[in-house]
Ligand binder design. Sequence first.
Ligand SMILES: NC(=O)c1ccc[n+]([C@@H]2O[C@H](COP(=O)([O-])OP(=O)(O)OC[C@H]3O[C@@H](n4cnc5c(N)ncnc54)[C@H](O)[C@@H]3O)[C@@H](O)[C@H]2O)c1
Ligand SMILES: O=P(O)(O)OC[C@@H](O)[C@@H](O)[C@H](O)[C@H](O)CO
Length: 381
Amino acid sequence: MKKAVHFGAGNIGRGFIGLLLNGAGYEVVFADVVPSLIEQINLARSYRVITLDAQVETQTVRNVRAVLLDSEECRKEIVDADLVTTAVGLGNLVNVAAIVVDGLRLRKQQNNDQVLNIMACENAIRATSTLKDEVLSRCDDELRNWISSHVGFADVAVDRIAPNRAGHAVEPLDSVVERYFEWDIETPSLKGALDVPGATFVEQLDPYLERKLFILNGAHATAAYAGYHKKYATILEAMNDPEIAETVTSVQQEAISGLVHCYPSLQLDALEQYAASVRARFLNPHIQDDVARVGRDPLRKLSAQDRLVRPLHLAHQAAKETPGIVRALALGFAYDNPEDAAAVQVQKQIQELGIERAVSNVTGISDPATLRQIVDEYQAL
Ligand SMILES: NC(=O)c1ccc[n+]([C@@H]2O[C@H](COP(=O)([O-])OP(=O)(O)OC[C@H]3O[C@@H](n4cnc5c(N)ncnc54)[C@H](O)[C@@H]3O)[C@@H](O)[C@H]2O)c1
Ligand SMILES: O=P(O)(O)OC[C@@H](O)[C@@H](O)[C@H](O)[C@H](O)CO
């Protein structure tokens, strides 16, 4: 049986990656940093994935095990793995990289000629490439050369809303998801054959990845920050507010204008249909998705390469105005959730540096006119 080591046994790790890999015939070994989660998985050896929809569906993922991230067991699991995947959050990839390097060093010593593919399923531009850089920076030349001929690092885009379990889950390991899913895998970087039924294999990932990150995640973040501002608890409540729904649609339209300009392979009609389908997913009445989950880590979400600032620049390249994204960014800077450590840091910057310098620091935006628009919008909130 093929074996996959998946880092991050959280919402998307269990509810999407683990489920699909299990369906593709892999034994899935989860690696996580939470000891109680490891114990629960090893005790149960299976868990349920519940699809939240008009027709609730419950699937059981069997033959799973779990190991602690920083353990000998975890390093050894990499020696004979066929696949390594992650869904840990972009900022946690550095910790995964340190363990993966140790695992690859062991794999090389044990003369394992079998090729391995690694995919980081994080919401970010080319997260696998980020992980690869982290891995290679920790290797000597010999290991680096061996890795280049034995290990494929394939960038991916993953899409499935896996909300918080609270209010949905019954058993401790239940994972809850929407019905829709998409896993796009960039093929040129793969080593050997990879067969994951349900995944989409593409030659050039950028249009798929940016379409998803901007039209879905950018709009999602907008709904979360606008929802928080109006004291809504969930994305559903926020999206039912016509003013918020209008801002979300504007953000999507501005992103689409930049995407169409940048990627000739993307068709306007298809993107508009995709945007409408995304809004319908946000309005799924069977999902309670907390604005706090969707808005989490605004330092990352408001950064230069992420879901709001990058489409803003693309739209500007297409000579389009971006009032929707400007409003979304202003709302992101107003996201003062004291329970979110990154939001607290953003608020600290605003207090210490003033809003204009905080916006420029966090977003990397230097154009004075754009900065002014965001600051004016923030001050008018
Ligand atoms: N939830 C979604 O709808 C969704 C959809 C697509 C992509 N994603 C992406 O997947 C990633 C995970 O999101 P999530 O919603 O599942 O979060 P989550 O918090 O539910 O799960 C993350 C898991 O990773 C574990 N973890 C943290 N650092 C780790 C490390 N260094 N090694 C191993 N495990 C570690 C945590 O303990 C947790 O169990 C994020 O990058 C997110 O953007 C999420
Ligand atoms: O996971 P994040 O924090 O990057 O973004 C929050 C949500 O937008 C995200 O988790 C979506 O639910 C997911 O990307 C849907 O595919």
